[in-house]
Design a protein around this ligand. Structure first.
Ligand code: AMP
Ligand code: ZN
Length: 110
């Protein structure tokens, strides 16, 4: 998608600190970490909102969450972590390509 920073990261057009990649998702370090471990888990398909989920995308997001659970030790999240999906203006979403924030590596305040 034109001018989408995460699509450019996925395409390798701008650098990122990738920690995992497969055919349908990429996980890389957030450039402005809000916790000791702050990763972004990004499905490679470009869409912005949960309201755009059809059956195939819902299944993709399900597999994405399953993969996060499988990778938690490797990602440094074995002691617990938080998954955040910002949606829209009030949530402060700044990148309009669906992504899951993975926060952990320390005790998190609410
Ligand atoms: P959101 O506010 O939920 O849309 O989150 C977007 C996140 O992307 C923010 O936490 C940013 O710090 C992060 N971010 C923006 N540009 C980059 C980049 N080039 N590499 C890594 N993380 C980025
Ligand atoms: Zn995109």
């Amino acid at each position: 998608m034109n001018n989408c920073i995460f699509c450019k990261i996925i395409a390798g057009e701008i650098p990122s600190a990738k920690v995992y990649e497969d055919e349908e998702i990429v996980i890389f370090k957030d450039i402005e970490p809000k916790a000791a471990v702050h990763l972004l888990c990004v499905p490679k398909e470009h869409f912005a909102y949960l309201s755009e989920l059809d059956g195939a995308r819902a299944a993709l997001v399900g597999r994405t969450m399953q993969k996060i659970g499988q990778l938690k030790e490797q990602l440094g999240l074995s002691a617990g972590y938080r998954v955040v999906i910002n949606q829209g203006e009030n949530a402060g979403q700044t990148v309009h390509h669906l992504h899951l924030h993975l926060l952990g590596g320390e005790t998190l305040g609410w």
